[in-house]
Design a protein around this ligand. Structure first.
Ligand SMILES: [Cu+2]
Length: 73
């Protein structure tokens, strides 16, 4: 198994499970992402990927879903 990269973002604007699903759907288009943990309650988004994902790609995907992501870790 290749090295896994984990990155964390704070997402603003989500309010329910549908918001989480929209974020998941957009992020799933980034092929290297293996795992997505997103909470509308806390705004926390944790991405596990097989290769480092560009922050700009994550921010763009979340923006496409209608929310704002900021990298925190
Ligand atoms: Cu919602």
């Amino acid at each position: 198994m290749a090295c896994m990269a984990t990155t964390e973002y704070q997402v603003t604007g989500m309010s329910c499970g549908h918001c989480e699903a929209s974020v998941r759907e957009e992020l799933s288009k980034i092929g290297t992402i293996q795992q997505i943990a997103v909470s509308a309650k806390t705004g926390k988004l944790v991405i596990t990927s097989s290769e480092p994902v560009a922050d700009a790609d994550v921010v763009a995907a979340v923006d496409e879903a209608g929310y704002q992501a900021v990298r925190v870790a």
